[in-house]
Design a protein around this ligand. Structure first.
Ligand SMILES: [Ca+2]
Ligand SMILES: [Ca+2]
Ligand SMILES: [Ca+2]
Ligand SMILES: [Ca+2]
Length: 437
């Protein structure tokens, strides 16, 4: 299949060259594509090639990758992994209740039921807003990761714009063609077994990414390491459950590359991604030189109950206090706090000084969306073990920036579960009142 596709691309290039030089006979005797592969979809305006200086992406206005000679390019090696052979990269979104789906790609089934709302770009960013039928609005916000030069971060937002609940689905796939041995690469997929929002994954990056289609692998399904070498890639079907009318789902995906596997895995860890695919050169599947290409996914954060100053409500915060700020993540029937990786916890971006496991707090609902300083509880232990954290108060105050006496601030806590429990992100918050003493 790839030989036909390559030939087709060469012929199309020839057509373009001939038309550029104005060959007299091009009108009646011009070369024709030799097979049924669809020609590249022409998106005349809006699409963009963006770069962070290490990784470049060709972003189509409809949100998929591959535009004007660039797919995913690793600049240090000049290695291009997607705009090679067939242009097989795409996304799809669906509502499994109404059976409505749409997808966007060049050669993975083209475009179906996806309409452009807007596309904007700069030299390093691109934002595509589209709709799938009258059911979903899909936003792909491409920007450099603040955590690593090796990854582009893509914030994906799926809005339910129908008047009814939807069963929200998203699919992304890509045919890795890894230089310097394109069409003969090793592929690794990890993290799918423990991540509940991954419904299915395999190494067939040639499939149409409509999320409601059946799947057929090229020999590897779910999690696997260094499968190949052969001509393949990866596909991920994600499911987010029932989302009410007007509701939305947000998650992050990443595209990028590094010069070896260690740097690739470091970049994946740095962004907190918990599911990923690697495409690697047939000559070095272990070291991952000269370039390891990356697709990664960071699932939507799970809300967790956070209690600043357990037993105290409201929660005073004294900017002059040079001691510790106690904070608990409260365990529940659904949250075993020993599954949380304490080293990943940040309160307003600040790491804890130390932690221990004690029953010191009782959850207050809602876990998030708090604004009132009395949305808290004085209740202490409740029989469920908590993760008790101590932060340097001055470091947290510095992270808050200027504060005024009596001001009410919502503090956010982020982190991840341990890798063996999916590594998925968690998110929580609590409210403090600034009180100079
Ligand atoms: Ca391939
Ligand atoms: Ca490997
Ligand atoms: Ca409290
Ligand atoms: Ca407790």
């Amino acid at each position: 299949m790839k030989h036909r596709i390559l030939l087709s691309n060469m012929m199309l290039t020839l057509v373009l060259l001939l038309s550029l030089v104005g060959t007299a006979s091009a009108d009646d005797e011009g070369p024709h594509p030799m097979n049924a592969n669809p020609p590249p979809v022409d998106v005349p305006s809006g699409s963009a090639i963006i770069s962070n200086g290490t990784v470049s992406l060709g972003v189509d206005s409809l949100g998929h990758v591959n535009f004007a000679g660039t797919g995913l390019l690793y600049l240090p090696t000049g290695g291009e992994v997607l705009w090679v052979g067939c242009f097989c990269e795409g996304w799809g979104a669906a509502d499994a209740i109404s059976g409505t789906q749409g997808w966007s790609s060049i050669h993975n089934g083209g475009i179906f039921n996806v309409a452009l709302v807007s596309f904007t770009s700069t030299a390093s960013t691109a934002t595509s807003v589209t709709t799938v039928g009258s059911i979903l609005r899909v936003t792909h916000d491409y920007h450099p990761s603040p955590a690593t030069q090796f990854l582009y971060e893509i914030d994906v937002t799926l809005d339910n714009i129908s008047g009814a609940p939807v069963d929200m689905r998203y699919t992304r796939d890509q045919d890795w063609d890894v230089p310097p041995s394109p069409f003969y690469e090793f592929v690794t997929i990890q993290g799918t077994a423990t991540e509940p929002t991954v419904l299915y994954a395999d190494n067939n990056g040639f499939q149409t990414p409509g999320p409601l289609f059946g799947r057929g692998s090229l020999g590897a399904v779910g999690d696997f390491v260094d499968f190949g070498p052969t001509d393949h890639g990866s596909l991920f079907d994600f499911g987010f459950g029932i989302v009410p009318a007007g509701g939305s789902v947000q998650f992050k995906i990443f595209y990028g590359a590094a010069g070896n596997e260690a740097n690739a895995l470091g970049a994946i860890a740095a962004v907190g991604a918990n599911v990923y695919s690697l495409g690697q050169y047939s000559g070095d599947p272990t070291g991952g030189t000269p370039n390891t290409f990356i697709f990664a996914y960071r699932s939507p954060p799970s809300p967790v109950p956070v209690d600043i100053r357990p037993g105290s409500c409201p929660n005073p915060m004294n900017p002059k206090d040079k001691g510790v700020l106690p904070v608990a993540i409260a365990g529940t029937a659904d949250l075993d706090v020993t599954q949380i990786d304490p080293a990943t916890i940040r309160l307003e971006g600040v790491a804890p000084l130390r932690w221990s496991y004690q029953d010191v707090a009782t959850p207050y609902e809602p876990y998030t969306g708090k604004a009132d300083p009395y949305q808290c509880t004085t209740a202490g232990w409740d029989g469920w073990l908590d993760l008790s954290l101590k932060f340097n108060n001055q470091a947290v105050v510095a992270a808050l920036g200027p504060v005024a006496n009596g001001e009410v601030r919502v503090l956010t806590l982020t982190g991840n579960l341990k890798a063996e429990y999916s590594g998925r992100p968690i998110y929580g918050e609590d409210v403090v009142i600034i009180r100079y003493r």
